[in-house]
Ligand binder design. Structure first.
Ligand SMILES: Cc1cc2nc3c(=O)[nH]c(=O)nc-3n(C[C@H](O)[C@H](O)[C@H](O)COP(=O)(O)OP(=O)(O)OC[C@H]3O[C@@H](n4cnc5c(N)ncnc54)[C@H](O)[C@@H]3O)c2cc1C
Length: 375
């Protein structure tokens, strides 16, 4: 019975396991992940309001449903390890060997860390479920003076976190002054220009200060240090808390693959090691952005290719093209495009479509696959 080991149970890793389970019941499936639960991290900004558990599913439950063996283990590795794994066809977990016929590396991306000093908060803290605790901590000490909060990073994730926090602070009547600091001149660069304009207008309406072209240097006590990038002028502003969302980078590194998902390392193709998700860059015309929609499609494709290659068939090329992209701006507003980049959707209708995309992923985890691949 051929054995497939998937390293990393995020969007890509689970899509791969679910597709393998559906396509070939003769495979023995294993998942290795550092955590006990799968986290739907596209919802992390909502954890200021909801408990983290609303967006996690235990791997034990998924293992039972999709007939895989789960190993909770953090396996740190480098490109040299990939070459060694390729030769030995096994991983080493807790000093025990886990041999494999096919290995899929889907370890995702890690948040970029700017400054780990006091008064800093980012994606890792949200992933640990500390969003609600943070919000509750605001209720007491800052009740009189407006709480000054800076968020660094005007990409899609930073913008989603900022509007969600603004909404929760307003609901809880916590006096606050929010500001958005960004090196870029354009908000959410993954959206067309109209997206930037819409978000900038919403920031003005919400009374949130927006500082584009500004570099964050660090935070001490209740001040942040900033540089105006055009002039080099350095200055400080009062701020009790800095939320850091400057982006993510592939973890542990970007794995370049051929058009079928097989990893290319030091000039050689590692035929039995494939990669998918944020940590992979496919050498094909398919979408390589660090997004959940690309991660799911890559995960499904490498699963199908494992089945095809095992059966002596030619693997398929990764060709998935982006169908749209939406950024939420609180509970009832969003901005993005659908179908064609010029087709901007905004406001409540956009927010409904965004929620539908989250539901589509929930359904997928439940075994109902409504993703169109257009391969
Ligand atoms: C707040 C937020 C909002 C987002 N919103 C959207 C959105 O609206 N739309 C969209 O398309 N994308 C969105 N994204 C991006 C999207 O979440 C990622 O592109 C997606 O999660 C990538 O999936 P992945 O499987 O590659 O990695 P992940 O989902 O990050 O999964 C990686 C898995 O690997 C495990 N792992 C990592 N290293 C190791 C190791 N060494 N050993 C063992 N296990 C390991 C981790 O525990 C994790 O389970 C958002 C991201 C964030 C943070």
């Amino acid at each position: 019975m051929p054995r497939v080991v998937v390293l990393g149970g995020g969007y890509a890793g689970l899509a791969c396991l679910i597709e393998l389970y559906k396509k070939d019941k003769s495979l023995e499936l294993h998942l290795v992940d550092a955590d006990a639960d799968h986290c739907k991290i596209t919802n992390l900004h909502k954890t200021f309001q909801h408990p983290l558990e609303k967006f996690t599913v235990s791997y034990a439950e998924l293992a039972e449903k999709y007939h895989f063996t789960f190993h909770r283990h953090r396996l740190d590795f480098s490109e040299q390890d990939l070459a060694r794994w390729h030769q030995q066809q096994k991983l080493l977990l807790h000093k025990a060997a886990l041999p494999y016929d096919w290995l899929v590396v889907a370890t995702g991306a890690a948040p970029i860390q700017l400054d780990a000093g006091p008064g800093n908060f980012g994606q890792n803290e949200l992933r640990r479920g500390e969003g609600k605790v943070l919000l509750e901590s605001f209720l007491e000490p800052w009740a009189e003076e407006p709480l000054q909060i800076s968020l660094v990073g005007g990409g899609a994730t930073g913008v989603q976190v900022l509007f969600e926090l603004h909404e929760q602070l307003r609901k809880k009547r916590i006096p606050n002054k929010l500001r958005l600091i960004d090196q870029n001149q354009r908000l959410a660069p993954s959206l067309p220009e109209g997206g930037h304009k819409y978000i900038a207008k919403k920031l003005r309406w919400a009374g949130i200060d927006y500082l584009p072209g500004t570099n964050y240097l660090g935070q001490t006590d209740s001040q942040i240090q900033l540089t105006e990038m055009a002039t080099g002028h350095e200055y400080t502003l009062p701020s009790q808390l800095t939320l850091q969302f400057p982006g993510v980078s592939a973890a542990p590194t970007t794995m370049v693959t051929n058009a079928y998902g097989q990893v290319i390392s030091m000039g050689s193709t590692l035929e039995n090691i494939l990669s998918a998700g944020d940590c992979s860059r496919f050498d094909s015309s398919g979408l390589n952005s660090l997004t959940a929609q690309a991660a799911v499609r890559k995960g499904k494709l490498v699963a199908r290719n494992i089945v095809r290659l095992s059966g002596g068939e030619k693997p398929q090329t990764y060709r998935y093209q982006e169908k749209g992209y939406l950024v939420s701006l609180g509970a009832v507003d969003a901005i993005g495009w659908i179908g064609l980049r010029c087709n901007l959707v905004r406001g409540f209708p956009a927010s409904v479509i965004k929620d539908a995309l989250e539901t589509q992923y929930d359904l997928f985890l439940d075994g109902v696959d409504t993703y169109l691949d257009f391969l």
